[in-house]
Write a protein that binds this ligand. Sequence first.
Ligand code: CTP
Ligand code: CA
Length: 225
Amino acid sequence: LQKFFNDKPLQGKKIIVTAGPTRERIDPVRFMTNFSTGKMGYAIADEAAAMGADVLLVTGPTALPVPAGVEVKRVESAADMLHAVLSRYDQVDAVIKTAAVADYRPKIMHSDKLKKRDGELTIELERTTDILRTLGEKKERQILIGFAAETKDVASYAKEKLQTKHLDMIVANDIKAEGAGFGTDTNIVTMYKRNGESIVLPLLPKVEVARHILHELKEMLEEER
Ligand code: CTP
Ligand code: CA
């Protein structure tokens, strides 16, 4: 239907999409990460480009092919991702933060490989910067869309993140639900908007979820004007 009216509904819009996990180094051979594969973020980047947007995909390490017509910036850590996103933030109309960013990183990155010893090893962790919250604080006209990966109390945690990070919309998913979460080709999400609206989607291929998210983005971009 959308195609019938406008083939390129995001023509001329500049969008940053972040995807995948981050890696936080412990030493030259070890790191901390999570189960994100990047599929949801890559699907959004791909669809956004197909809808005419200029897309910068800032991605942590994934095994996925680069979507056609998308500019890619590869990053490793949460700190790298923060810098990559901030360096382009003032030039874009929207940021979609699909990436599963590490909340903690080792306090010390050892320059030599840690050698094993008898007994336990304790690795001290420190907080990373919350990228989305930083973007929310610096926000001018940009539309900010976040994700919330939850295992319980999905709606209340997601709505809290919508507020505290100053987002326009948050896409909540229960990663324990069948067909949702990491590594799957499908997802089950509910989108909560700043205006109080919530949109419940059924189990859908990630490509379809991407289209719904981008449809809402298009509407929010139009409201801004
Ligand atoms: N996020 C971010 N920078 C971080 C951590 C998270 O930008 N250092 C973003 C994610 O990309 C996502 C949103 O914040 O869009 C929510 O991430 P999530 O892990 O669900 O929430 P947190 O705020 O990190 O809270 P918690 O992990 O405790 O649930
Ligand atoms: Ca987190």
